[in-house]
Design a protein around this ligand. Structure first.
Ligand code: NDP
Length: 304
């Protein structure tokens, strides 16, 4: 008897058609459809911010794949026990590295101060050794960000959950966070948003950085207590911040962050998910799961 083809559903809030077409091309042995209410049960799904009705109806799923790296906005909807896999790098790492490098060079080379000048005045050059970069989170994207910074000669260190050896010095856990912050001149947030990391960067943490440190947030706005961030900038404890993410998103036009002289904002664009690479990754993982193999990127029951 001929086996029924795998059913793969694509449930994205917008622009889903090219994703479904690309996934169909990458998985010709499957039947890939754009999800609609009342659809037949699927075996696997590619999702991003799915409506509650999706999981209410799709009871036969064996695993779901997030079209992005972060899953905080919809993890609560995923039924307990249903394996959820996130997109790992797929080209996002290089984009993140560009974003962080741009911010670092802007401050380290004094371009922010030259932008503010109206006279021909040279500033004393700074040394790369004095610009220690602290990556708060040394996962898939943290590792990609570290590479070009290290290659240029900036000191790079990371902060993770549990101790391990790596190619850069790593601090681990809350007990080692104050020391990590004290050694950091440019702090880069690259953590997932979870119950443990929400609000982690508050007045106390900003005070543990050296005076005049800079901050880049390319992860999630709710990692930060925004009022504390603005107070740290106002007091000079922080020199400046570049924020790709904030809370809420979109940030309303009247929000004071828009007008804060020490803040530069971008609308959550540090790293979009490159479609071709992400789809190839999902197709490869579906095939591996069908063969009964383990695949990486599974999000744990606590969110990570
Ligand atoms: P990973 O899961 O690969 O890495 C997460 C890192 O954070 C790990 O080093 C992990 O430690 C560390 N960590 C510290 N505390 C916690 C905790 N309580 N729970 C979980 N991890 C913790 O994630 P990625 O590098 O792929 O992505 C990081 C985040 O970047 C995403 O979650 C997303 O929010 C954000 N992002 C933003 C984008 C943008 O355009 N602005 C685009 C893509 C992602 P350990 O190594 O010990 O596990």
């Amino acid at each position: 008897m001929k086996r029924k083809p795998l059913q793969v559903s694509v449930c994205l809030p917008s622009g889903a058609e090219p994703w479904a077409e690309a996934l169909q091309a990458a998985l010709p042995e499957a039947r890939v459809t754009l999800w609609q209410p009342g659809d037949a049960p699927a075996d696997y799904a590619l999702i991003w911010h799915p409506p509650a009705a999706f999981f209410a109806e799709q009871g036969a799923l064996r695993a779901v794949f997030s079209a992005g790296a972060g899953v905080d906005a919809f993890i609560d909807r995923v039924p307990p026990g249903l394996p959820l896999y996130r997109t790992e790098d797929a080209g996002m790492g290089a984009l993140m590295a560009e974003y962080v490098l741009h911010a670092l060079l802007h401050w380290y080379r004094g371009f922010d101060r030259y932008d503010a000048q109206t006279c021909w005045q040279m500033l004393p050059p700074e040394a790369r050794e004095d610009w220690s970069v602290g990556l708060l989170g040394y996962g898939v994207l943290g590792r990609a960000v570290a590479q070009p910074l290290k290659a240029l000669g900036f000191p790079v260190q990371g902060w993770v959950r549990s101790p391990r050896q790596a190619d850069i010095p790593l601090a681990a856990g809350l007990a080692e966070l104050p020391g990590f912050l004290a050694r950091t001149r440019l702090l880069v947030a690259l953590l997932p948003l979870t119950p443990e990391t929400r609000g982690l960067l508050d007045a106390q943490r900003f005070a543990q950085l050296p005076r005049g440190a800079c901050f880049v947030n390319v992860a999630r706005g709710d990692l930060v207590v925004q009022a504390d961030l603005m107070a740290a900038l106002d007091s000079g404890q922080l020199h400046a911040a570049r924020l790709d993410v904030c809370s809420p998103e979109p940030l309303p036009p009247e929000h004071p962050l828009w007008r804060h002289p020490g803040v530069r904002l971008s609308p959550h664009v540090a790293a979009h998910t490159p479609r071709a690479a992400a789809v190839a990754q999902v197709a490869g993982k579906i095939r591996a799961l069908v063969r009964g193999e383990a695949v990486s990127g599974r999000v744990g029951p606590q969110g990570y």
